[in-house]
Structures are given as C-alpha cells and as structure tokens.
Design a protein around this ligand. Structure first.
Ligand SMILES: Cc1cc2nc3c(=O)[nH]c(=O)nc-3n(C[C@H](O)[C@H](O)[C@H](O)COP(=O)(O)OP(=O)(O)OC[C@H]3O[C@@H](n4cnc5c(N)ncnc54)[C@H](O)[C@@H]3O)c2cc1C
Length: 454
C-alpha cells in the first residue's frame, strides 16, 4: 500500500497500543510504505496485558479460521530472528520459542472435539495415542475424570471425591510451545517496526478520536471518516487511518470513536489471576507438557526454575470478574482463588506441593462474548480494530499484524469487507484465514467457545 495521505496529515496511520499485536500491526503497515505512528500511554512496548501473558502457542480452537491462524502464527515464532531481523541486527535479545507439547485428555467413547475435525481439514499434525501408552512422563499424572470442576467450599461435590472413570486417550500437539518473554517479543516487533520507519510515542494517551464528514481529501463526500486522534496533552495527530489495538482498553477507544452500535461482539476487561508454584517432580520444559484441562478447570505449563504456571479455564462454577474501569482494578492475588487453582491442579498431579505463600500475577483479558477476537474495520471509515483478544491471541501476533495490514489495504482500496469478508492467505502455510470469523458483526453461534481456549 502506498502512502495514503494526500498532504497535510501527520501520519498515514496511527496505531493505538504498543502491545505485541499493536507493534506487529505497526511493523506490517510500515513495511507496506505507510508513515505509521504508534501511541501508547505506558513507557515502552509490551508493558500492557502482553507483559502478563502466559504466551502459550497451541492450535486447538473451536473455529476453523482460528485454527488456521494459530498454525500460521506458530511459523512466525519458528522464524522469529528473520521476522524481526532489525532487532537481530541491533543485537537486541530475542524472545525465545520454547517447544513443549500440548496434550489433551480424551475419552475414545465420546465424540471428538471440533478442533480435531479442523486439524484434519487443514492438515495440522497431531497424534492420538492410548493414554496407557504415553511414555516419557516421569511425573505422576492422574488421568481420572474429575469434572465438572467445583469450588472449594463445595466439599461434597464429586469433583473432590474418588473418581470412577478415566481418560483413555491423549491427543498430542508436538509443535506447540510457549514464548519465554512476551514483553520482549513486543519490543522485538517495535524495534523491527522502528527500523521500517514507524514512530513510537510512549507515555502518550489518546483521549479522543477525531472524525469529519468532509472525507480524507477535505471535500465533502457524505461519509464520516476518522481524521485523527487527540492526546491527553491537548495536541493531536492528524491521520486518515486509526487502528485500535488498545487491549483491555479497546472498548473505551471504540466508545470514543462511537463505533459500538453495530458491534454484535466487543471486548470487555476481565480480571484474571495466574499462579506460579513449584512443579511436581519430573515436570519441566523437557519432560512436561501443557494442557487446557477443562476437566479440572485450569491450564498449566512448565515455567522456568522448576515451576508450574497455572491459569483458569473459566469453569461454570467460577464467577467471571468483569471490570468497569481498566485503569482501576484489584491487582492483589486472592488467597482463596490461589488455593482453589492449586487444589484443582493437584487432582491431576497428586505430587504437587501447594506452597504456603502465593505467587503469580493479576491482569486483564480483553474478552469477547465468544472468546474470539475482532480483526475488523468499523462503521467509521478509516477506523479499524484488532481487539477482543480474549486471553488467547498472543500466539497470533505475527499473523494478526499481517491480517490487519491486508484488511486495511483492501478496504482503503475500496473493498466492501462487511459484505464480502476478506480471506487472507497465511504467508508461511498458504492456509486460508476467513476473516468473517473475526467480524464485529458475527452472529451468535450456539456452539461458540465459552472459555479462554477460544
Ligand atoms: C494473564 C494472561 C494470560 C494470557 N495467556 C495467553 C496465552 O497463553 N497464549 C496466548 O496466545 N495469549 C494469551 N494471552 C493473551 C495475549 O497476551 C493478548 O491477547 C495480547 O498480549 C494482547 O496484545 P495487544 O497488543 O492487543 O494488547 P496489550 O498488550 O494490552 O497492549 C495494549 C496497549 O494499549 C495501550 N493503551 C490503552 N489505551 C490507550 C490509550 N488511550 N492511549 C494510548 N495507549 C493506550 C496500553 O497502554 C497497552 O500498552 C494472555 C493474556 C493475559 C492477560
């Protein structure tokens, strides 16, 4: 895409948010020749929700487009030093991809989850094995079925009792893994974007989205278009394109732009806690595995220093903690929730030692109703969104930047994306990614995801 502005504008595009996805969008747009300015109210790239990410890279999602996107997303991590070559050249440390398989526990008598069908359709490799034959697990894993999960004060619930049934099959995704330092990944992308000409302005807060019905050229054309952003210091940046990548603040930015009316889906800030505790013996980066363990209501992965990282998979019995103001939420870990998550994890790993003092972090997801992101245009010409990342889009940062740049290029060239959703081809895998799945106007799907697994 060539430089868009026809004179006068300060930038061809403003990206709001220098998280891992915002920095990736900036990198891709700058690579297409746009003069990009990224604004972030924090002091550096990746200081927002990206910094708290568990950064798990896996491929099982409920929709085909999400599976395709995550498989494509993996290839950016596998080729990271080339992808962020400018960061490599400037001798910046690079985020590291740590391969750790994802294992899903299955029951061969039950229908297979929908992602298995998507794997088959798209050619994503996986292996099914009888649970009894899984070797290389030096730690004690109890493959009984405990779920559905219960609260600790529901002591009589069968979840805490003696289980009768067990999973008899495992599905293994060998190419899964996690990224060692999510904040560094965002910084790598910001460095690469800067080398491509993007400008990053930190400690700079957007407080208003400017619009005009006079069109990008200043001649009235009847359509309302974004014309810039206003900043907290009273100055502004004129631009014909604004991309909302504000993470848990994305709803606020969409409200400032007055674009929420036609959004059937939107991200909202959701408070989440993630814990770190000592791993059960034998569970580490080499011998451990990662599981979105819906049966016990937690996800877990190895964490450096012989630890285990534990998050929630939003079981029905747990109340979701929606946050009104993303700048003001309780950032202290909750003792009860910590104990609960560890006790649930101990159902799977009976050797798990439950530490006396809690360790971990509190952060916000930007969660949509169906746990699927929005990569879309909006009702305001020139205003785009990459938001609603629902606790599961870190892995897709590379491809999300590409998808947004393709979308913006097509729409600015006149493509009617709302009527004919764009299908983007993954540059590494050639897989088709149908952006209808990520539309702000997508209908309610009765089979939609209801957990962070998406
Ligand atoms: C606890 C947790 C665990 C997660 N685990 C995983 C995982 O295992 N795997 C996975 O794939 N994904 C995971 N995710 C999701 C993933 O981390 C996010 O989807 C991703 O980091 C979002 O990046 P972003 O760039 O969209 O947003 P952010 O990193 O939140 O960046 C948004 C930026 O916008 C800035 N901003 C906001 N408002 C303004 C304003 N008005 N003016 C200027 N700047 C503004 C903020 O300062 C912030 O830096 C997890 C998320 C969390 C919170």
């Amino acid at each position: 895409m060539n430089s868009h502005s026809d004179g006068g504008a300060d930038a061809d595009a403003v990206v709001i948010g220098a998280g891992v996805i915002g920095s990736s969008v900036a990198y891709e747009l700058a690579g297409r020749g746009l003069r990009v300015t990224v604004v972030d109210k924090l002091p550096a790239a990746g200081y927002g929700s990206t910094s708290s990410s568990s950064a798990v890279v896996r491929f099982h999602y409920s929709t085909e487009a999400s599976v395709a996107m995550s498989w494509e997303g993996l290839h950016y991590w596998l080729d990271w030093d080339n992808h962020v070559a400018a960061a490599t050249v400037s001798h910046e440390s690079l985020a590291e991809y740590v391969p750790v398989p994802v294992v899903m526990f299955l029951d061969s008598a039950e229908p297979r989850p929908s992602y298995v069908r998507h794997f088959d359709t798209l050619g994503i490799p996986y292996e099914l094995r009888p649970a009894s034959e899984v070797d290389g697990w030096p730690m004690t894993v109890d493959l009984h079925r405990f779920g559905p999960p219960a609260r600790l004060d529901d002591a009589d619930n069968p979840f805490w009792g003696e289980p009768a049934l067990a999973f008899d099959q495992v599905l293994i995704m060998d190419q899964a893994g996690y990224v060692s330092d999510p904040q560094l990944a965002a910084q790598n992308l910001a460095t690469a974007a800067t080398a491509s000409g993007a400008r990053f302005r930190y400690q700079t807060e957007v407080v208003a989205i400017e619009r005009s019905d006079r069109g990008p050229s200043g001649h009235g054309d009847g359509r309302v278009r974004v014309t810039g952003v206003r900043l907290a210091d009273g100055t502004g940046i004129e631009t014909p394109i604004v991309v909302n990548v504000a993470g848990p603040h994305s709803l606020r930015i969409n409200q400032l732009a007055d674009v929420t009316d036609d959004m059937a889906r939107r991200g909202r800030p959701l408070r989440r806690e993630v814990y770190i505790g000592p791993a059960p013996a034998g569970y580490d980066n080499t011998t451990g595995f990662m599981v979105g363990d819906l049966d016990i209501g937690v996800y877990y992965r190895p964490e450096r220093g012989d630890n285990i990282l534990v998050g929630s998979t939003e079981p029905e019995c747990d109340e979701l903690e929606w946050v009104e103001d993303p700048d003001s939420f309780d950032e202290t870990l909750t003792e009860d929730e910590f104990q609960l998550s560890m006790m649930r994890t101990a159902r799977r790993f009976p050797d798990l030692g439950i530490p006396h003092s809690k360790r971990g972090l509190v952060a916000l997801y930007d969660a949509s109703e169906d746990w699927t992101p929005l990569y879309d245009k909006s009702s305001l010409d020139g205003f785009y969104m990459a938001c609603g990342s629902s606790g599961n889009q870190f892995k897709n940062a590379g491809i999300a930047g590409h998808v947004m740049a393709e979308l913006i290029t097509a729409v600015e060239a006149g493509h009617d994306h709302d009527t004919e959703p764009l299908v983007v081809t993954g540059p590494h895998t050639g897989l088709a990614i149908d952006l209808a799945t990520f539309s702000r106007r997508r209908p309610v799907d009765p089979d939609a995801a209801n957990t962070v697994l998406g």
